[in-house]
Design a protein around this ligand. Structure first.
Ligand code: PLP
Length: 396
């Protein structure tokens, strides 16, 4: 049959990481050797104690629907975990457990955004923010994130973007795709702005455990922010659990009740055994040790990649303080970001993403993920150097 698509489908974007991955897989099927630096997920396995907890839960009968917002003990444990990390008194009623933190973003937009509203989104930023805002008929307004400002939001510039139609501000620290983090001063200035203009704030802290320099400051922890902030987080990145699909949001109780209804109308609940695995992730010292070991390893890889990229003529790369991405400036190679994305993949088998996949302000940059082994990062550096005409990577 000939489907007639709803108008809104025209406005729905995508994540080009998935498209580049599909292209890379096709090349691999033809026998090519591809180094995957396009991926947004840890290459580590989930810690064994968490897998064991999930298996135990399945054997103990965690195979049924759960309450829409999550199993009460899991909501309680999540509240304790967040309170412990932020110092903000948080109760189970503030917590909504979802199958992947993306749902918190979607549900918040569905709950508070009308067509015609404006939502300030980081640019470059996670493409799903912009996609879902447009999908709902609202307008995404770019808040530029620049390398010259260490990939932090420029709060003065941010305040100039607020209009009477601005409803929501989306903030992501540590950030995808830049790895930038907000300082405490930044968070306090953003909080002041949000209070002054009565804005709801979505604070996407999915990379909150992955910081290497400086502290991770949660906007939720800043005075006066708990009542207007939705803290979005999940198990995907910190515990290497992307495929488990488990995320959570922390928010004012009246909003949590709306999200409960949205869960009833969509997924019903997150899978019971994954929720039980979250208990183990939040509560066991073994899980904490696994996160710490992964962070230490990521730090070494970050340094290897940043140092290597900076030795390639034409590429300049900041040392990001968090997440597992670098976002080098490639303008001096004389190649555009799309051209480089395609050339690196097709000619030398290195999968990366063009900066513009994350918004117009990503022009002149590419994103590389260091969720890959040091040996592969080293091989990728050699191939990139070759491709941009620099020959071998000059020694340190
Ligand atoms: C900034 C950001 N937010 C949210 C997500 C989605 O995470 P989840 O697996 O919890 O849906 C990602 C995944 O790449 C991300 O990069």
């Amino acid at each position: 049959m000939n489907f007639t698509w709803a108008d809104r489908m025209e406005r729905l974007g995508t994540e080009s990481a998935f498209e580049v991955l599909a292209h890379a897989r096709r090349l691999e099927a033809e026998g090519r050797d591809i180094i995957h630096l396009e991926i947004g997920e840890p290459d580590y396995g989930t810690p064994q104690n968490i897998i064991d907890a999930a298996t135990r839960a399945l054997n103990d009968g965690a195979t049924h629907y759960t309450p829409a917002s999550g199993i009460p003990v899991v909501r309680e444990a999540t509240a304790r975990y967040v309170a412990g990390r932020t110092g903000v008194p948080t109760s189970a009623e503030n917590v909504v457990i979802v199958p992947g933190s993306k749902n918190i973003l979607a549900f918040l937009l569905l709950a508070v955004i009308n067509a015609g509203d404006e939502v300030i989104v980081p640019d470059p930023g996670y493409p799903i923010y912009r996609s879902l805002v447009s999908f709902l008929g609202a307008t995404p307004v770019s808040a530029p994130i620049r390398q010259s400002n260490d990939f932090r939001l420029d709060v003065e510039e941010l305040s100039s973007l607020v209009t009477p139609r601005t409803k929501l501000l989306i903030v992501n620290s540590p950030a995808n795709p830049t790895g930038g983090i907000l300082t405490r001063d930044d968070c306090e200035s953003i909080a002041k702005l949000a209070v002054e203009h009565d804005l709801v704030v979505l604070s996407d802290e999915i990379y909150g455990r992955l910081t290497y320099d400086g502290e991770h400051v949660s906007l939720y922890s800043i005075d006066g922010m708990a009542e207007r902030t939705v803290l979005m987080d999940g198990l995907s990145k910190a515990w290497a659990m992307c495929g488990w699909r488990l995320g959570f949001g922390v928010m004012p109780v009246e909003l949590a009740k709306r999200m409960d209804t949205l869960m009833i109308n969509s997924s019903s609940c997150a899978a019971a055994f994954t929720q039980m695995a979250a208990l183990e992730a939040f509560q066991s010292p073994e899980s904490d040790a696994a996160v710490d070991a992964m962070v230490a390893d990521f730090r070494g890889r970050r340094d290897l990649l940043v140092d290597g990229l900076n030795r390639i003529p034409g590429i300049t790369c900041r040392r990001p303080a968090g997440a597992f991405y670098v976002f080098p400036d490639i303008t001096a190679t004389g190649l555009g970001e799309r051209e480089l994305q395609t050339g690196l993949l097709e000619e030398v088998g290195v999968a990366v993403l063009a900066g513009t996949a994350f918004g117009p302000h990503g022009a002149g940059h590419i994103r590389l993920s260091y969720a890959n082994s040091s040996a592969n990062l080293q091989r990728a550096l050699e191939r990139i150097a070759l491709h941009v005409g620099a020959g071998a990577v000059p020694p340190a």
